[in-house]
Design a protein around this ligand. Structure first.
Ligand code: SF4
Length: 373
């Protein structure tokens, strides 16, 4: 018997996944979405507050997935011990696998699953969530809602006849159909690469493109092939950062408190800092100024983060947390951050460039889709 397709949305505690949950509930109430969050036991209290607010708004439970059950230890600490006190890092990210991906894959099992991911229309990255074939990711905020593997298949030269067939069935306008046929017939090449072909087809009609992909998927084993219809096919909205903040504010769920800028002073000058992402309070992806923020705004958590370095491993390659909080070092980090703020944008002090402190803190740097969206 074919299992029913499950629709799931992971709440990371960040703004984008929260806004996606609100957006989909408001716009597509017919979608029966299961919400979940992977609790490492090391999130900020503001994150847990956001999850409570969201549960109230959605009127549904957000299932808390914990990588270890029936243990007196928090999930992160359990795996930290198992790894012999070896701290995770961008190159050895055991925490994401053990605390986020594995519990998620256990939660969905072998059921066919559509997983909604909050990567925005103004982001370039692709979200790696899972490579299991029963899990299909959908990106409702982007112009292209499909995952890269689906697009690779769909635009493969070998499938162009099939794609043409569906386009002819779906697009009625003759002139538009002719333009689309020319594009589909042009094989991929160095000059006309996949990204260009994709964007050209999307520019000729987003909902038509989506309907053709959906028809094409019926010939595959993707979870959506088992669905009669999919309401998101008609969506032509592309959502960017401003939209995310607006959705959070208008819904009453609110912007996670750790994004809110707090003032600091250094050598007679004033600046503002905040945290740019959700996830564990000691996450190694955070910037120096965010460590300073943690030290000054949550000294107890900073102290806890220091304890993890007692085994000889460090959160950052170049310095320990004890070294980072020496007064001269804090001053230097704040000065550097002020200078960076003045170069990239002047958050809240002068709206001439980026209005978001987040753009300066985040600045397109590497992160983890499972933890920060
Ligand atoms: S937030 Fe950072 S430390 Fe926590 S699981 Fe994710 S990558 Fe690891």
């Amino acid at each position: 018997m074919i299992n029913k397709v499950r629709h799931v949305l992971g709440i990371s505690g960040g703004k984008d996944s929260a806004a996606l949950a609100i957006y989909l509930k408001a716009k597509y109430p017919s979608l029966d979405i299961e919400y979940y969050t992977c609790d490492t036991g090391k999130e900020l209290k503001e994150t847990y507050q956001l999850i409570d607010n969201l549960e109230n708004y959605l009127g549904k439970k957000i299932t808390k997935l914990r990588a270890v059950e029936n243990s007196h230890e928090k999930p992160f600490d359990h795996y930290f011990q198992l790894h012999g006190g070896y701290l995770p890092s961008p190159l050895a990210r055991w925490c994401t696998k053990k605390l986020k991906l594995d519990p998620f894959e256990k939660f969905v099992g072998n059921d066919p699953v559509v997983s909604y991911v909050g990567i925005r229309g103004d982001e370039e990255r692709d979200g790696y969530i899972s490579k299991k074939s029963n899990i299909q990711s959908i990106f409702p905020f982007r112009k292209n809602i499909w995952s890269e593997d689906v697009i690779n298949k769909f635009l493969n030269n070998a499938n162009s006849k099939e794609v043409l067939h569906y386009y002819k069935e779906i697009v009625e306008d003759e002139l538009k159909q002719k333009k689309i046929i020319d594009v589909v017939k042009e094989p991929l090449s160095l000059k006309f690469n996949q990204k260009r072909k994709l964007n050209t087809l999307l520019d000729l009609g987003i909902s038509e493109f989506n309907k053709v992909v959906f028809a094409f998927l019926k010939t595959t084993d993707y979870p959506l092939a088992k669905e009669e219809g999919f309401p998101i096919l008609d969506n032509e909205e592309i959502l960017v950062q401003d939209d995310i903040f607006r959705i959070l504010e208008e819904s009453g769920v609110g912007i996670p408190a750790y994004y809110m800028p707090t003032e600091f002073a250094v050598n007679g000058k004033k600046g503002q800092y905040a945290r740019s992402r959700s996830g564990c309070f000691f996450c190694f992806f955070q910037q120096k100024i965010e460590w300073v923020w943690l030290y000054e705004q949550h000294p107890d958590l900073y102290k806890e983060a220091i304890c993890y370095e007692e085994g000889g491993y460090k959160w950052m390659q170049d310095e320990t947390l004890e070294e980072l909080i020496q007064p001269s070092r804090i001053t230097k980090i704040k000065e550097d951050f002020l200078q960076k703020s003045n170069t990239i944008g002047k958050p809240y002090l002068n709206q001439s460039a980026s209005p978001y402190l987040l753009d300066i803190l985040d600045n397109g740097e590497e992160g983890c889709a499972s933890c920060f969206l």
